[in-house]
Design a protein. Structure first.
Length: 232
């Protein structure tokens, strides 16, 4: 059997003009992750990232600290199957529909971005509304299409590395939860709930061969000090 490690990126720069880069905390999380994997003597036959800078910045310390030397060709392979969904587009579409259904939400939006509690509540409501499947595909991205894209990427990994190999994928909470949905046959709402719970720089591990995949461990951040454990 082979092992697939799926890592959510380190903390990104939430609340800044450029979210898609690691914060100082995210950089420290990624360095700790690299040391943890090297200390475990994990040998990776392949390393994948999505297209996001935060994915690649999270992978880079493992490369810089020698964790991949002689273990795989090149630094890492970029595969768009492991990109996060377009959260901005999803949020915009869903929030417009939510305001149409409940106009008072517009007042709550005026408290953003300063009120994190309001943002977290509305974001959760919007995402769960999105995965319900009621949205017309012509209005924007759907969870069904997104999760199918991730599942296809996981299947490609299984077919390519299903013979006693270790593979690591640096991605986001959405693709991690979509992979869990694929492996565990979860419904869409449960998959999204797992996305909400997936911590920065956490490690989720699957055991697989060319035909089957099972969950071995989820959301591991045991290697991080408490001060470095973040969810956004």
């Amino acid at each position: 059997m082979s092992l697939l490690y799926m890592v959510r990126h380190g903390q990104a720069s939430f609340g800044t003009p450029n979210y898609d880069r690691l914060s100082p905390t995210g950089q420290e999380q990624s360095k700790n992750l690299a040391r943890h994997l090297i200390d475990k003597q994990s040998k990776f036959h392949a390393v994948y990232t999505g297209n996001m800078l935060r994915h690649q910045q999270t992978a880079q310390p493992l490369v810089d600290e020698g964790g991949l030397k002689g273990l795989c060709p090149g630094d890492f392979t970029v595969n768009g199957a492991f990109d996060e969904y377009d959260a901005t587009s999803v949020w915009t579409i869903q929030i417009e529909e939510m305001i149409r259904e409940e106009p008072s939400i517009a007042q709550e939006l005026s408290r953003l971005p300063d009120d994190r509690e309001v943002f977290e509540r509305l974001f959760r409501q919007a995402m769960l509304r999105w995965v319900s499947g009621d949205q017309d595909e012509e209005k924007g991205p759907t969870w069904k299409a997104f999760s199918s894209r991730v599942a296809k990427g996981v299947k490609e990994v299984m077919e390519t590395h299903g013979e006693d190999e270790n593979v690591i994928v640096f991605s986001s909470a959405g693709p991690v939860s979509a992979a869990l949905q694929f492996a565990l046959d979860l419904d869409y709402a449960k998959a999204m709930e797992l996305a909400f719970s997936t911590l920065n720089a956490s490690v989720t591990v699957f055991e697989f061969n060319r035909k089957h995949i099972t969950l071995q461990g989820y959301n591991n951040v045991s290697y991080l000090e408490e001060s470095l454990i973040t969810d956004r």
